[in-house]
Design a protein around this ligand. Structure first.
Ligand SMILES: Nc1ncnc2c1ncn2[C@@H]1O[C@H](COP(=O)(O)OP(=O)(O)OP(=O)(O)O)[C@@H](O)[C@H]1O
Ligand SMILES: [Mg+2]
Length: 472
């Protein structure tokens, strides 16, 4: 499995040595470098001979070595492998001992591996950055306890054949969307899918005076699904085709090549009844990854249920979040102190993050005392307690900003500025406070930041705060 960061240098060195030895051998189906994302990338865009593609990759790195690193070593590799000169001949030509040729050859391969690893890293990074931008994924952070789930979901998606429909299930805030985002980043580096597309179903509607109301309509109907998918697949056919023709076009696309379609927030029975038959028809070879808080059992769906974080993972998350916020005392706090948080909050990642945020300005005892009132109640109520506590610590401007977030989800700083009417400095301070409290999520590169609130935060604002403000 590819990962965004790990490139094994020993494996790469062996692969390079092997590939150099095969330089002038006849074509083959496999390449000693085919574990590289770079190799898969050129293989996708250039049809042809595997040996030629491998040699091109080597040549490109050799050229970099020659121009920017060590021309002597680059030349030695050329002579030894591209021109097939013996060690004895190279020793004479370079006027060095044969033992030195062997030593220099090892050095040269190490250097070539470093160069190729750097290029590989850049290629992976560029692909992931483009994907994050296109799908508006939250900024990647360290995640705890997800390895087994990551493996399960990725394997289900990468196995050729069923499962066509894979679902990540679990409570609100447990990490479904985050896991789906991580899976997508990994899978995008495999070239297994033609393209990855992502749709979020909208669950509730906000009615002034009534707060959030579940809609009787499916959150995602087949027309919206079809239109959104075609738009993301750059099939700009709107207006020219009837809904049936669009569906036929979408079916053609998804049936011709394997795509990966993520449908986030598919919650209600209405959603499933409306969509599953259609998804089953569209699937194979395309795969669908669904996330759902509550999914009715369905025989055609491979379901993976996310549980709360273990105590150790919860501790790691608490310490990591504390470190991010430079909260030295929490980073260094004892297991007993962390356990006091874990006993009240449990292994709910979002709740743990929110609590860390509050500890920035409130003492632990006060935060825990207040949360104990939610003890034994449902998780929803725990969140309501946590959110009210956060709300009370907010400055007036931060409250103002938070309250406009439901209408500027994924907003840029300019949009937040216009709608909140907060001046630059005030807006900056409010953003900082909300981010410290984990009330805002960030996506996009540094110069293209976008801000949004979590669905649970939105529910709290619209169901609790707005109603409370309206009450006499
Ligand atoms: N394993 C984890 N380690 C660290 N943080 C996590 C982990 N899982 C989730 N989080 C954090 O918890 C928050 C909630 O996660 P996420 O949005 O994925 O939940 P969800 O299950 O999709 O919730 P919802 O059902 O409301 O959509 C995010 O801020 C995410 O960064
Ligand atoms: Mg989610």
């Amino acid at each position: 499995m590819f990962s965004a960061t790990e490139i094994s240098l020993p494996q790469l060195r062996d692969g390079i040595h092997e590939a150099l030895k095969l330089w002038s051998k006849p074509n083959d189906d496999t390449s000693p470098l085919d574990h590289l994302y770079l190799f898969q990338q050129v293989r996708q865009s250039h049809s042809g001979n595997v040996r030629r593609l491998t040699n091109d990759l080597l040549l490109h790195s050799l050229k970099i070595m020659e121009d920017q690193y060590d021309p002597f070593l680059a030349d030695l590799l050329r002579q030894r492998f591209l021109e097939n000169s013996s060690v004895a001949l190279v020793a004479i030509e370079k006027n060095i001992a044969e033992a030195t040729v062997h030593k220099k050859q090892r050095q040269a391969i190490d250097q070539l591996a470093d160069i190729l690893a750097k290029q590989e890293h850049q290629a992976r990074h560029a692909t992931i950055a483009a994907l994050e931008q296109r799908l508006n994924l939250p900024v990647a952070i360290d995640l705890f306890g997800i390895e087994p789930y990551l493996k399960q979901v990725s394997e289900a998606l990468l196995v050729p054949g069923p499962a066509w429909l894979v679902a990540i299930e679990g409570l609100g805030g447990i990490g479904k969307t985050t896991l789906a985002g991580t899976v997508v980043r990994q899978v995008a580096l495999t070239h297994h899918f033609q393209q990855v597309v992502w749709i979020s179903a909208k669950q509730q509607e906000f009615w002034p005076g009534l707060g959030l109301q579940p809609t009787a309509q499916p959150a995602l109907d087949s027309d919206t699904l079809t239109n959104t998918l075609l738009a993301q697949l750059d099939e700009d056919l709107a207006g020219t085709l009837s809904p049936q023709q669009k569906l036929i076009r979408l079916t053609e696309l998804l049936k011709a090549e394997p795509y990966l379609v993520i449908i986030d927030n598919l919650e209600t029975v209405v959603d499933f009844e409306a969509l599953l038959p259609l998804l089953s028809r569209l699937a194979n070879p395309t795969k669908f990854l669904l996330t759902s808080r509550m999914m009715p059992p369905h025989s055609g769906v491979t379901s993976i249920r996310l549980a709360e974080l273990s105590r150790d993972d919860a501790f790691n998350l608490l310490r990591y979040e504390a470190e991010l916020r430079h909260m030295k005392s929490l980073t260094e706090s004892s297991d007993e102190q962390l356990d006091s948080i874990y006993r009240v909050v449990g292994g709910h990642p979002l709740a743990l993050k929110l609590v860390v945020g509050q500890l920035h300005s409130l003492p632990l005892s006060q935060v825990l005392d207040s949360l104990r009132q939610a003890h034994g109640k449902k998780v929803d109520e725990l969140y309501t307690f946590i959110y009210w506590q956060a709300w009370h610590t907010l400055a007036e401007n931060s409250r103002k900003l938070l309250l406009i977030m439901p209408v500027v989800q994924n907003g840029t700083i300019e949009q937040l500025n216009t709608i909140s009417q907060l001046a630059g400095g005030d807006l900056h301070d409010s953003l900082e406070q909300l981010i410290t409290l984990s009330l805002l999520e960030i996506s996009g590169a540094l110069d293209q930041r976008r801000y949004r609130i979590h669905r649970l935060t939105e529910t709290f604002l619209l169901n609790e705060v707005v109603k409370w403000r309206k009450s006499p």
